[in-house]
Design a protein around this ligand. Structure first.
Ligand SMILES: [Zn+2]
Length: 197
């Protein structure tokens, strides 16, 4: 049992532990090309949150990782079977309820560890921060935390070399053999500027 993972710890352990920071990993359930599981973003969120929390815990930080929210904003992939969409307004409602619990119970720092490009929590946190002035709220996109080009040859986005490598490391039994990966071709926007930032 890892004492910094809420899903693994128990009420008895919590009687003698206090926490300063809650981490809320947030994923998505969606197709990842042909070869990666629908839970790719969830698996990444679970592992990156747990490993980060382990390092922080061992350095003396009082962190607790909440269970990963499995659905993200997928409004753009309506035609893909069982890509599960959670609207931003629904995410905002969930976030408010989570913050309400933490605020009431005296855990005044929350970090969202975002694992899905379609999720964007910054504006929500600005609004919720006004409603909960005692809370320190922040969000981090793990996939933007480091310069990818230092680690991977092929620049990509969704289900790219980075995600494929991560899944081959974290959960190789759920990755199809390389012959079935497809060409990796992606549909680009007709308006060039949209992909230029
Ligand atoms: Zn992904």
């Amino acid at each position: 049992m890892r004492p910094y993972i809420l899903a693994e710890t128990n009420w008895q352990a919590l009687k003698t532990t206090s926490f300063d920071l809650a981490i809320l990993p947030w994923g998505a359930t969606e197709a990842h090309n042909y070869h990666l599981p629908y839970a790719t973003d969830i698996i990444e969120a679970d592992h990156i949150a747990a490993e980060s929390a382990r390092i922080a815990w061992e350095a003396g930080s009082k962190v607790i990782v909440l269970p990963t929210i499995p659905f993200g904003v997928n409004t753009g992939q309506q035609d893909i079977l069982l890509d599960m969409n959670l609207n931003p307004s629904t995410q905002m409602a969930i976030l408010k309820d989570v913050i309400e619990v933490l605020n009431r119970q005296g855990i005044h720092k929350l970090m969202i560890l975002n694992s899905h490009g379609g999720n964007d929590f910054k504006q929500m946190l600005r609004e919720l921060g006004l409603q909960y002035p005692d809370m320190f709220l922040c969000t981090s996109n793990w996939f933007r935390a480091l310069d990818k080009s230092k680690f991977f040859t092929h620049d990509g986005d969704h289900a790219d070399e980075m995600e494929t490598s991560l899944l081959l490391h974290l959960q190789p039994d759920l990755v199809l053999p390389k012959e079935q990966w497809g060409t990796g071709a992606e549909k680009k926007s007709k308006i060039k500027a949209f992909s230029e930032g």
